[in-house]
Design a protein around this ligand. Structure first.
Ligand code: ZN
Length: 285
């Protein structure tokens, strides 16, 4: 199946109320593992890259890897750029072929300025047939060097809806008590805010900070309209733990392919667990 637009994947998920896992891959191994999970479960998928990953691996390398792996998969897959406050990186990814981008203007001095720049980003994305995720409130926690540990300012429902309407973003990421990284205490979520936004302007909502939420919390939020569910920390943990476990179990092993296979299988299992939890298994046309 060819690579499809993020919007197309999310419109079906939003209409049928299931969640599409958007996994932040870090290299070829994690990309292949997540795609293998989606193929095994017949699930639509979004592959995400942080700005850090784009800069570390190189934009051309990441894109070539994505195309090579996605094109031999038979489920819909899109490539998305996660939290990007840097307009130059954002433009470069759109030009290279990313299907969608999250312009993170949450650290800008005002919502008005965030809105103004998001309008520009949407216009730029449209010239490439790409989609845009917008946010006005920083999601608590630092992820790959982007963000802040301070709690976000939460704007009124009116301000959030006005932002979505006037910018024309395709996906919206509100702060609802969610956070990046590992939750230090049980998160208290304002799920009603998702319903309130969707009631005013029906568009797919993106849930950030998915790692560590319960199956019941996912079910509730997905039913309310969270069609895109970001998973970053869980992948990092699965990757790092698998490496640690491998060397504990086989301290004298010097064969890299054995390690790669072991780690890839663990990352694939992690992705399959999340796909099942979001009920996107079996949803690929
Ligand atoms: Zn995020």
């Amino acid at each position: 199946m060819p690579v499809v637009s993020t919007k197309e994947i999310l419109q079906d998920a939003f209409a049928r109320r299931y969640g599409v896992g958007a996994f932040n891959i870090v290299n070829d191994l994690t990309l292949e593992a997540v795609v293998a999970a989606a193929v095994a479960l017949r699930a639509p998928l979004i592959i995400q890259t942080s700005v850090k990953t784009v800069k570390t691996a190189g934009i051309d390398t990441i894109y070539a890897l994505f195309r090579a792996v996605a094109e031999r998969a038979d489920v819909p897959i899109a490539l998305h750029l996660d939290h990007c406050p840097d307009r130059a990186v954002l433009s470069a990814c759109l030009k290279r072929g990313w299907n969608s981008v999250l312009f993170d203007g949450s650290q800008l001095p005002s919502v008005e300025e965030c809105k103004r720049q998001t309008i520009e980003v949407v216009a730029e994305a449209r010239t490439y047939g790409a989609d845009v995720e917008g946010e006005i409130e920083g999601i608590k926690g630092v992820e790959d060097g982007v963000g802040s540990d301070d709690a976000a300012d939460i704007y009124s429902l009116e301000t959030a809806v006005d932002f979505v309407r006037s910018t024309g973003v395709d996906i919206f990421a509100p702060a609802i008590g969610n956070a990046h990284g590992v939750y230090k205490s049980e998160p208290v979520l304002n799920a009603q805010r998702v319903s309130d936004i969707v009631a005013q302007i029906p568009l797919p909502i993106c849930l950030h900070g998915g790692t560590g939420l319960s199956s019941a919390q996912f079910d509730d939020l997905i039913a309310r309209g969270c069609a895109k569910v970001n998973i970053s920390t869980a992948l990092k943990i699965a990757f790092m733990r698998a490496n640690k476990d491998f060397f504990q179990e086989k301290p004298t092993n010097t064969d890299p392919p054995t390690l790669l296979k072991f780690v890839g299988e663990r990352v694939k299992q992690m992705a399959m667990e999340h796909i099942r939890m979001f009920h996107s298994d079996g949803k690929a046309a």
